[in-house]
Write a protein that binds this ligand. Structure first.
Ligand SMILES: Nc1nc2c(c(=O)[nH]1)N[C@H]1C(S)=C(S)[C@@H](COP(=O)(O)O)O[C@H]1N2
Ligand SMILES: [Mo]
Length: 416
């Protein structure tokens, strides 16, 4: 199957207004390539983040794609190799939807001390959307693909120009069969170019880096992308974003150890057993929460302040959220409010606080149904921590996966 003629995409010829103008709800970190986060905690309070306020994370530049010309090839361990048009993918298969609170593994990098390398995302590289598309499973079945446990589906983005590393992610076949989509709609609207138009992979519950945008090829294989064959294929590296980026590497390691295959997909489990997989892969999301109200100041007339926030997790649903109003000395159970839109959706919580006047440090802590919970702080690089231990999250070179508590200082005034 010949690779798609990438010559047709020339983002440099693109005439677009700046990111600020097109996405007024975002705080822009870099315009070229496009990287922007949701502007504030308050923006994360809704069950669905509007398409124009959902963070954007891009390594190369957003390509201009003509959906009528675009196709996705299916290669590797398949009965019959195929080249599918966008039209076929949209209309010849069943449709499914999922609500996913997608977080960039770099969210919270801005709180690493000393700084970790990369854009300094704070709290806004996360967003909730209902994604609609074709289950990848239906396409694999149709072309008699091998789908045994232990196999991988490597999914490639079509935006890299000649000589640039291809944005490629290998997803374990069990996860692909379970709930991955080739998505074409976001919140009931067509996806914008920045979010992956015309087709993106959507891996529910997993860090955003797995949800490959502008998909142009899917390859069924025995291993993840690794080794010489994938390190330089048609003069490009397909392994960078699987084996080097998106790995949790402590200060004392030069390079992450590359594996052909792993059989633990929970990022948290990898991080709690660093002797198994040496440098965890950013696969499913780490359980996390954020207080969205009050933000800084709270006036309470009858000494009751309502604290609200959002919680999300990886493959296992959020089961519990606790709130502390004294910097973590004591914890109180919060209650869930509003609808449960599925295991990968955002959960909103609430705790009513009998507040006293003065300065207070609020914290929230979510726990998933497997009992995994948030660490209190990020470690110091000198400690050489490899995984999550003793309430500490490991400082790592690229600042990935920070799910430590996010303290919030509020000042309460009590009105007579
Ligand atoms: N082809 C391609 N897909 C990609 C990326 C990319 O740079 N190229 N960035 C990834 C990362 S790191 C994240 S967090 C999500 C962000 O998706 P969004 O921009 O729709 O929020 O897309 C992922 N998919
Ligand atoms: Mo990301």
């Amino acid at each position: 199957m010949p690779p798609q003629d990438r010559g047709e995409i020339d983002p440099s010829d693109r005439q677009r207004s700046s990111l600020d103008e097109r996405y007024p709800g975002l705080d822009v970190l870099t315009d070229d390539p496009e990287n922007a986060q949701t502007a504030s905690r308050e923006h994360l309070e809704s069950y669905l983040t509007p398409r124009e306020e959902h963070y954007i994370r891009t390594h190369h530049r957003t390509p201009d794609i003509d959906a009528e010309e675009w196709s996705v090839s299916l290669t590797g361990m398949v009965g019959e190799e195929a080249e599918l048009s966008v039209e076929e993918i949209r209309h010849d298969y069943q449709t499914d939807s999922v609500v996913h609170m997608m977080e960039c593994s770099g969210n919270g990098r801005g709180y690493f001390d000393p700084d970790a390398e990369g854009d300094q995302w704070t709290v806004g590289a996360v967003g909730s959307a209902v994604w609609t598309g074709t289950p990848v499973r239906a396409i694999l079945d149709d072309y008699d693909a091998a789908t045994d446990e232990g196999l991988w589906l490597s999914v490639m983005g079509g935006e890299a120009k000649e000589g640039e590393d291809v944005f490629c992610r290998s997803i374990p076949m069990e996860k692909v069969l379970d709930d991955c989509l080739l998505a074409y709609e976001m919140n009931g609207e067509p996806m914008t170019p920045e979010h992956g138009y015309p087709l993106r992979l959507l891996v529910p519950g997993w860090f955003g880096n797995n949800s490959v945008k502008w998909v142009d090829r899917m390859h069924v294989m025995e291993t993840m992308v690794s080794g010489d064959e994938w390190e330089s294929r048609d003069g490009r590296d397909y392994t960078e974003y699987q084996q080097s980026s998106y790995r949790i590497v402590p200060a004392q390691d030069d390079e992450p150890e590359r594996y052909e295959s792993v059989d633990t997909f929970s990022t948290d489990d990898q991080l709690r057993n660093p002797d198994g997989i040496r440098n965890a892969y950013c696969f499913d999301q780490l359980v996390k929460s954020l207080i969205t109200s009050p933000t800084r100041e709270a006036a309470s007339s009858d000494e009751r302040v309502e604290i609200t926030g959002v919680a999300w997790s990886g493959d296992d649903a959020v089961e519990r959220v606790e709130v502390s109003v004294d910097g973590g000395e004591t914890w109180n159970d919060a209650e869930f409010v509003g609808p449960d839109l599925g295991r990968h959706a955002v959960r909103k919580f609430r705790y009513v606080w009998d507040a006293t006047a003065g300065e207070h440090t609020l914290l929230s802590r979510a726990t998933d149904e497997e009992g995994r919970t948030q660490p209190a702080i990020v470690s110091d690089p000198e400690e050489g921590l490899r995984g999550i231990a003793d309430g500490k999250y490991p400082w790592n070179e690229k600042g990935y996966g920070n799910n430590a508590y996010r303290p919030l200082r509020v000042s309460v005034t009590v009105e007579e």
